[in-house]
Design a binder for this molecule. Sequence first.
Ligand SMILES: [Zn+2]
Length: 286
Amino acid sequence: MFTALLLFSFGLVIGSFLNVVSFRYSEEKNLFHTEHLGGRSKCRHCEQKLAWYELVPVFSFLLQKGKCWVCYKKLSWQYLLMEVAGGLIFLLPLYLYNPIIPNSLFIIQSAIWILAFLTFLLIWSIDFRLYLIPDELNLVLGALGLVLADYTNLYGQFGNFKGSFLGSYAALFGWRSNIWINHFSAALIGGALVGLIIFLSKGKGMGMGDLKMMLALGLLYGWPDVLFIFIIASVIGAAASLALMLFHKKTLKDALPFGPFLVIGAILVFFWGEAILRSYFNFFGL
Ligand SMILES: [Zn+2]
């Protein structure tokens, strides 16, 4: 319990920091540039520098009733959302703990998935605001994928019925004799899928950032998980566009960024990949 509280509080602070980074980010400079990462936090409206008691995650937001104390402008709900998301992400080790896997693999898995989910959080917020996914973030995801694949392989956690979030369903889709072939094929197929859509829609539906993100997700999740991330993202993305059109918030011409939906797909597959497939097969009586 104490560990959970400590992890969660630490995650709140990291989430709060990533939120500031996502607001500051602009395309001209690298994500890791000091202008994005350093310096005192300011109100986004009146530029008032924030005091220490305005920097406490969640509490400051609630204490200030979601408003800036100087200019009374409303603070974005994104502050609260990203802080809580950061907190929850740091609880991942509790979810991943499994007495069957060796401790060293558990530590590596925890570290990699915490970093991957934090990257998802940044992709979500930046793509939502700017309709672009920084290359740096896709590189981080891809690199995490290579490290994870290497360790999964080393500890013998990959095989016909192992090493996929789809459980035994993964075996139906083949390519399970070698983890490197599996993960690299996943990247290539994922990239090709988005490439095809860019080609067919003449670049209106998706962009190069989405293509690179699919390459990275392929390296991280492997085959066939990446395919299901893509299918889930497309279905939810299409439903969201339709809903927005029905409520006249958007027309067919304005596209939604696809990155946030890929993030949703990746999270759903991570937690419920096997359960989703099972209910799908049950529904069709297979
Ligand atoms: Zn202000």
